[in-house]
Design a protein around this ligand. Structure first.
Ligand code: 5GP
Length: 183
């Protein structure tokens, strides 16, 4: 299949990371773009593997240089997709998956209309809130900020032609794989 860009979006805590990890076990030809961020690495996160961790000045410099295909502020920190992450993989004929929040996915709709955008939705709002609260990677204040954002992100679901509900993980992965394989 020709190299494509798949944008996986949805609220924080919905399980995007787990779904993408499992999808890539089934479809190893899919490559993951490493995002840039100004947030601090969490325990176990490695520079250049989980993110390109940049300081604020460097991130701003790279915005000015036009290095990002999209970038957004989320919970007080910046996140963005570097053009170089996509270009090198597409040039090698590999399809690329982006895991990004909703504002970034909207920008991609404008700048790369050919990208396939998929929204991961929770079965219901309460389940999402419980998942966010249950994550032990974030502080209480951080969780509160993410809960607020998650509520508005949920409302964006209608903007996406592909919506995968993450209720049972196995079903959600099957569905995601169906969407990706069909393209
Ligand atoms: P976290 O801090 O939990 O790693 O990520 C917070 C949010 O930022 C998640 O919804 C994640 O999908 C999103 N995110 C990660 N990388 C990017 C990116 O490159 N661009 C945008 N717009 N969002 C991103």
């Amino acid at each position: 299949m020709p190299a494509k860009v798949f944008v996986i979006t949805g609220p924080s805590g919905v399980g995007k990371g787990t779904l993408i990890r499992t999808l890539r076990e089934r479809m190893p030809e899919l490559e993951l773009a490493v995002s840039a961020t100004t947030r601090r690495p969490r325990l176990g996160e490695t520079q250049g593997v989980h993110y390109h961790f940049l300081d604020e000045a460097e991130f701003l410099r790279r915005i000015e240089a036009g290095d990002f295909v999209e970038h957004a502020e989320y919970s007080g920190r910046r996140y963005g997709t570097l053009r170089s992450e996509l270009d090198k993989r597409i040039a090698e004929g590999h399809s690329v998956v982006l895991e990004i929040e909703v504002q970034g996915a909207r920008q991609i709709a404008q700048t790369m209309p050919e990208a396939v955008r998929i929204f991961i939705a929770p079965p219901d709002e309460r389940t999402l809130l419980n998942r966010l609260i249950g994550r032990d990677t974030d502080t209480r204040e951080e969780i509160d900020r993410r809960l607020q954002v998650a509520k508005s992100e949920l409302a964006a679901q209608d903007e996406f032609s592909h919506v995968v509900v993450n209720d049972r993980l196995d079903d959600a992965i099957d569905e995601l794989q169906r969407v990706v394989s069909r393209m």
